[in-house]
Design a binder for this molecule. Sequence first.
Ligand SMILES: [Fe+2]
Ligand SMILES: [Fe+2]
Length: 270
Amino acid sequence: MKIMFLGDVMGRAGRRAISENLPRLRSAWKLDFIVVNGENATSGMGLSGAHAKTILEAGADCVTLGDHAFDQRDMLQFIEAEPRVIRPLNFSKTSPGKGARLFTAKNGRKVLVAQVLGQVFMKRPFDDPFSALEPVLKTHPLGGQAAAAVIDVHCEATSEKMAMGHFCDGRASLVVGTHTHVPTADAMVLPGGTGYLTDAGMCGDYNSVIGMDKAEPMRRFITGMPKERFTPAAGEATLSGVYVETDDRTGKASRIVAIRDGGALQAAAP
Ligand SMILES: [Fe+2]
Ligand SMILES: [Fe+2]
């Protein structure tokens, strides 16, 4: 299978880039399955039902969330009615929606998608992501019912993401980090056959501070004083993420390439 994962969609600039370019990339790269992280698509804070629809209508097969999962209150209801939206497995014991689901790709093959939140440097304590993911991997062995498995690891720390990559090695097709909004250059196939990338980067305007208009974050760093609210940067977004090819029989990754399209970052394609 040919699978693409795109990192955190950041505000209107990110949504526009998704709407305008996802259909083209889907056909140009003959993609079988697309996962998009949507946790910042609505004003940089969470995802509204309307904006989830925008991303799904552009061609995403699955939308993942993150620590901002329920910043937009209507997601509390929306996620119960829209199974293509996944929240972190370990967000909270009482959160609505699901943290893992078996999807059917357009070619009929089954794809497991799961998301976990990290614990290191996160704003509030979440349950252990490793023990949260273990039963999901156990019940969906690669090459069995699931032809491929994609794990979105939503963490601040690179170390925690790398550890999760090795934890899933041989048991997932792709382990990809999100949350930091800056793409890393370490796309690789791990020894057990899992495609891995520490961070997918964001789908947003990179002439910014991690997707926010740079004036206010710079003011806070330089003077230590807040003045205004953060607003997403409005320039042309780069779609940033990763492309992976998997073996239909084993579910393991045969090839992985970081991808970037449009905006300020250097282009990269499969
Ligand atoms: Fe994010
Ligand atoms: Fe996040």
